[in-house]
Design a protein around this ligand. Structure first.
Ligand code: ATR
Length: 270
């Protein structure tokens, strides 16, 4: 049976084994997918022993995404832009390939939830690792403008510069556009139950307010967006499932059923 795993620290909370086991079942594949708690200073060694032991692919979560990126021999464009990888694959020749499927996970889920990204004006809140990972796939989805608003402007400016695209603009609260169709929260504020500072006007024409975070209740950002006029509010659970699906396809060449998995996870965390 082919061996897969997710590495992180902490890792107990990870839903990835559940997700990939369901994917495998839906595709008629047998696989083993485990959680590996790597020591904070021992990721490389832990990864090496996983592959030595016959592992073929893995997911990587906090705090190892940057290290996974730098350990790889080959990186796809999304990983390059993020300077972080959430998916690794070792081929038969021993070459380590790194991918970042977070952005494609976001784009696939946004589209599934009804967002029209082609020619859309999009506002991205936050400029940390989570933001970096989604810029390239959003550009590829055809967004007209991608404005980035962050507490620390200089971090948004770095993303603007690294993107190499004039559609990406680091913006201040004073120079926001009047008509964002999609507003995405990539800040870690929701994890603390707080909101990033954002003028309420950004939700006036907003069709979808998307929080990359998920929990058993709607996040504070979702509630705030609803209160100020966003038509729909979506949490990041679907993104989690879709980034996993993209990794599963990289490893197996198969496209798993995702809707049932998201539905199952929503019931599970009630
Ligand atoms: P991640 O890798 O998950 O994106 P990160 O790199 O620590 O995490 O970035 C977190 C992002 O959330 C940053 O953009 C951070 O803003 P700063 O760049 O100014 O630090 C943003 N953030 C975190 N807490 C916030 C809060 N309470 N209000 C606004 N922004 C917040």
């Amino acid at each position: 049976m082919k061996k897969y795993a997710v590495f992180g620290n902490p890792i107990a909370q990870s839903l990835s084994p559940t997700i990939h086991t369901m994917f495998a079942k839906s595709c008629g594949i047998e696989l083993e997918y485990t959680k590996i708690l790597a020591p904070v200073d021992g990721f490389a060694a832990s990864l090496e022993s996983f592959f030595e032991d016959g592992g073929v692919g893995c997911n990587v979560t906090m705090p190892f995404k940057e290290e996974a990126f730098s350990l790889a021999d080959y990186r796809n464009a999304a990983a390059d832009m993020a300077k972080a990888a959430n998916t690794l694959k070792r081929d038969e020749s021993g070459t380590l390939h790194a991918y970042n499927t977070d952005g494609i996970g976001l784009v696939t889920d946004l589209t599934a939830k009804g967002a029209k990204l082609d020619r859309a004006n999009v506002l991205l809140l936050g400029a940390g690792g989570a933001a970096k990972g989604v810029v390239q796939p959003l550009l590829e989805a055809g967004v007209k403008t991608l404005h980035i608003l962050n507490r620390t402007l200089s971090k948004a400016q770095v993303i603007e510069k690294d993107s190499g695209s004039d559609r990406v603009v680091a913006i201040t609260a004073e120079s926001l556009a009047p008509d964002y169709e999609v507003v995405i929260n990539s800040t870690s504020a929701s994890l603390q139950g707080t909101l990033p500072e954002v003028p309420v006007s950004v939700f006036k024409h907003c069709n979808i307010a998307y929080d990359m975070v998920y929990g058993s209740e709607p996040t504070v950002f979702m509630e705030f967006a609803k209160e100020h006029g966003a038509t729909a509010q979506v949490d990041g659970l679907g993104m989690l499932v879709q980034q996993a699906a993209a990794a599963f396809t990289i490893w197996t060449g198969k496209q798993p059923e995702t809707q049932d998995v998201e539905h199952y996870l929503r019931e599970l965390k009630k």
